[in-house]
Each structure stands twice: as structure tokens, then as C-alpha cells.
Design a protein around this ligand. Structure first.
Ligand code: PPS
Length: 286
């Protein structure tokens, strides 16, 4: 099966899962509710880790929902093609995942009190993780080589476009009360503390015991073993057999995957593209 992309407003999308019609509907007609919570990321930045954390927080640490319902049903993808009435009938609070860049996000969000949690990750690790995902799924075109894929990533030819534009776009929201910026690196460094920060943002008060359960059931090991979280139940037109969705879950995998030339090239592009954003990120230090 050959993966095909189409372009929507200059950005590549997989033809199997998305359509211009649905993307237009979301942008212009979809009605965001004040109680909605959106888990927004550029691909491979920790979306499913956040799904697990939010699922557990929502249930005060009780893992039953995570152990019995696949993650894509617990927190549906906003932009994946489906009958729009499904979301209209859903009860509040609704939780959604989204990789959409800010300019394609539902317009109704910007006049609502709905919350966005945006998780960022070192783009070099995103690139490496996305390369492995491209090999093991039908969501991306199969790369000819790592070097080709590296170029596609830099030139924004991968689905959802440019990592740089994505984060720069969403950082326009950084001072809004209904926006929380988290990083994959922060979650790795202080899993528990970051979970508490998310609870505070959501206005959820959890006991220390409940927080312990959230930490335990959103750990890499537990998620890797949980069929409802590790994508082993994903349809075969999406994931190839025996693929490794919860792969390494580390920071700095890029150090062994990118050549010195690629590292230097990426650093140059990063400096150039991010200079207009007056922000320092956790990955700038490592
Ligand atoms: S997707 O397909 O874009 O939605 O992928 P996404 O969920 O954003 O990112 C997948 C990467 O997140 C890692 N992951 C974790 N790391 C640490 N701890 C936990 N609990 C965890 N859950 C998921 C996953 O392994 C992917 O990263 P890589 O670097 O490929 O291992």
C-alpha cells in the first residue's frame, strides 16, 4: 500500500486519514466548548504520553479506563476524518488530541475558555522518532534513507509541515491563561512535578496517592506493556505488524543517529528559524 499525501493550505496531510473538507469544517464551523481540553503537539512530541496522563488525571488515578479502552477512543483525534455529529453528541468535558498548526485550528477556540496543553520536544529527537514511525507505519511515506528523511523534515515535507512554524505559531498563546506549555524533557526530568502542574492547570485536585497512580500508570514501562496504549491494536492499514510505537522514550537519541554534519546543519537552521522567538527552551541547554 502506497501512502499518499495531499496539500491543505501548503501543508502535507495523509490522504487516508484526513480530508480538505473535514479540515475546512474544523477551521470554520466546528464549535469549541468552554469545557473542552486539547492535547496539542507536533508529531512525536509525547502526545500519547499526555493522553495517558490526562486519562488518569480525569479518573483520579484509577487506571481502569486506560486498561480497557484504546487511547484513540479515550481522546479522539480532532482532525481525523469522521462524521462531525459524533463530536456534537459527545458529553462535556471533551478531550481531543491534535497535531494541527495554530492557523488551521478551529476559529471558535480563540473566543472560548477551552484549554490547550501544548507539548514540545527537542526537534532532533522528534526527527529521529518520526523517522522510525515512518518506517513502521503507513501514516508517513516510507523514507528511502535517513538522509532523505532528514531533508524532508527540514524542508517541512513531512505531514503537519514545519516543526519550527508549528511551535512558533502556538507560542503566540504562551501568555494566555487557557494555554499550558509542557515539554517532553520536563516530563522525563520531573514526571511527578509536571503531572501536578497539569492538575493545577486543569483545576483538578488529586491526593498524593492518586498522583502516585498517575505516575505509575503513565510510566514508559506500563504504557509499553498496555495493549490499550502501545498501538498493538491499531488497524493494519495504520501500523505495520510488530511495530514499536512506544519505542525508546528517551531524550538525546539524536546524538547517535545524526551525523556531525547533520547536527551542525540542524543547529544553524534552528538558530535562523527560531531567532524571532524570544524564548529559551529546555533542549537549548543539552
Ligand atoms: S504521535 O504518533 O505523533 O502521536 O507520537 P507521540 O505520542 O507524540 O510520540 C511518541 C514518542 O513518545 C514516546 N513515549 C514515551 N516516552 C517516555 N515515557 C512514556 N511514558 C512515553 N509514551 C510515549 C514514544 O516512545 C515515542 O518516542 P520515541 O523517541 O520514538 O521512543
Amino acid at each position: 500500500m502506497e501512502t499518499q499525501y495531499f496539500q491543505h493550505k501548503g501543508i502535507n496531510f495523509n490522504s487516508l486519514l484526513y480530508s480538505g473538507e473535514h479540515l475546512n469544517y474544523l477551521e470554520n464551523e466546528f464549535q469549541v466548548r468552554d469545557e473542552d481540553v486539547f492535547n496539542v503537539t507536533f508529531p512525536k512530541s509525547g502526545t500519547h504520553w499526555m493522553v495517558e496522563i490526562l486519562s488518569l488525571i480525569r479518573n483520579n488515578g484509577d487506571p481502569t479506563w486506560c486498561q480497557n479502552v484504546p487511547n484513540w477512543e479515550r481522546m479522539p483525534w480532532l482532525e481525523v476524518n469522521r462524521d462531525p455529529s459524533m463530536h456534537v453528541e459527545e458529553q462535556s468535558p471533551r478531550y481531543f488530541c491534535s497535531h494541527l498548526p495554530i492557523q488551521l485550528f478551529p476559529r471558535s477556540f480563540f473566543s472560548s475558555k477551552a484549554k490547550v496543553i501544548y507539548t514540545g520536544r527537542n526537534p532532533k529527537d522528534v526527527l529521529v522518532s518520526l523517522y522510525h514511525f515512518a518506517i513502521s507505519s503507513f501514516v508517513l511515506k516510507t523514507p528511502h534513507s535517513f538522509d532523505d528523511f532528514f531533508e524532508d523534515f527540514i524542508q517541512a515535507k513531512v505531514p503537519f509541515g514545519s516543526w519550527f512554524d508549528h511551535i512558533k505559531g502556538w507560542m503566540q498563546m504562551k501568555d494566555h491563561d487557557n494555554f499550558l506549555f509542557i515539554t517532553f524533557e520536563e516530563l522525563k526530568k520531573d514526571h511527578r512535578g509536571t503531572i501536578k502542574k497539569i492538575c493545577k492547570f486543569l483545576g483538578k485536585e488529586l491526593s498524593e496517592e492518586a498522583i502516585d497512580l498517575v505516575v505509575e500508570h503513565s510510566s514508559f514501562k506500563t504504557m509499553k506493556e498496555n495493549k490499550m496504549s502501545n498501538h498493538s491494536l491499531a488497524p493494519e492499514f495504520i501500523m505495520k505488524k510488530n511495530s514499536n510505537f512506544i519505542r525508546k522514550g528517551i531524550c538525546g537519541d539524536w546524538k547517535t543517529c545524526l551525523s556531525t554534519t547533520q547536527q551542525e546543519y540542524m543547529d544553524r537552521i534552528y538558530q535562523e528559524k527560531m531567532k524571532e522567538l524570544d524564548m529559551k527552551f529546555i533542549w537549548d541547554e543539552c
